[in-house]
Write a protein that binds this ligand. Structure first.
Ligand code: B1M
Length: 230
């Protein structure tokens, strides 16, 4: 229908626009996502609300249809790229909070795993909260984490895994830290959709973080506890 083809995003009310963003994310329409993010910002939405209510929640639907075989890798990649286009606009805004420096974190997705949206989100939120973030990207063997920790002397190590087959690698990293006698020099935080509290404890992490907001709160608390103990 002609009406549908000529949809003007700025004419939709907030609820309609967010719903349209979920559809556009699903369809991998990155220009439309970027436009809609800008519209919501102009309407006074907080960057964090746009991130969670419009982008992350839209990605959940993509995940369900991916699991059920309705969407395939190329479509999901397009959706991921659309999500990243929205996140790129929000990143400087989330980082611009002027929060006092809290500490430093090395973060990366573990070996064998190329999912990076959640990790990027955690990085953005941590930067916004005043942490210095060294993001070492995806598919990281243990050596990468250890090198970056030694180079930056960051107090926190963050690891992300989105696959049940890659999450055990987090234990490899922690066990190597124990072997090298550096485990207690760092706070180790882990996250990713297939993880849970129990898994975090079982592999010897200091904390499992359900989402980026929890990661920020946990990091602040653990750094403060550590400074107090010192
Ligand atoms: Co993948 N994939 N994928 N995928 N993918 C999942 C994870 C899956 C659950 C989909 C499904 O079946 N429903 C499934 C895993 C099943 C399992 O292991 N049990 C899956 C699969 C199977 C695969 C492939 C194997 C598919 C294939 O090739 N046949 C393949 C693996 C590639 C590899 O890594 N070796 C693959 C590939 C891909 C794409 C490349 C197409 C793309 C990734 C693009 C990219 O990241 N650049 C992709 C995507 C996008 C997904 C889903 C749909 C979405 C993930 C996402 O970005 N979520 C995902 C389904 C799902 O998770 N529901 C799926 C949004 C993001 C904001 O959430 O990452 O959970 P999340 O991050 C959250 C928290 O978890 C937490 O905070 C974040 C923000 O709040 N968090 C942390 C995350 N990391 C943290 C680190 C911390 C703290 C908190 O450190 C301190």
């Amino acid at each position: 229908m002609a009406d549908e083809e000529e949809l003007i995003l700025s004419e939709l009310n907030d609820d309609e626009l967010v719903e349209q963003m979920h559809d556009d994310l699903y369809d991998g329409m990155k220009d439309e996502i970027a436009e809609a993010v800008n519209i919501l910002l102009e309407r006074g939405w907080q960057p964090y609300d746009i991130l969670t209510k419009a982008l992350v929640s839209g990605m959940t639907v993509v995940g369900i249809d991916f699991r059920d075989g309705i969407l395939f890798v190329p479509e999901v990649l397009q959706a991921a790229n659309a999500m990243k286009a929205g996140m790129a606009i929000l990143k400087p805004l989330l980082a611009e909070t002027g929060a006092p420096r809290q500490g430093a974190m090395v973060i990366g997705t573990v070996k064998g795993d190329i999912h990076d949206i959640g990790k990027n989100l955690v990085s953005m939120m941590m930067e916004g909260a005043g942490f210095e973030v060294y993001d070492i990207g995806i598919n990281n063997p243990v050596e990468n984490y250890l090198e970056k920790l030694a180079e930056t002397r960051a107090e926190i190590l963050g690891m992300s895994a989105l696959l049940t087959t890659t999450m055990p690698y987090m234990k490899v990293v922690i066990d190597t830290m124990i072997e090298k006698g550096i485990r207690d020099d760092h706070i180790v935080m882990v996250g990713g959709a297939p993880l849970n509290e129990e898994f975090g404890k079982a592999i010897g992490a200091d904390a499992y973080c359900r989402d980026a907001a929890v990661a920020v709160e946990t990091a602040k608390r653990l750094v403060a506890e550590r400074n107090q103990a010192a």
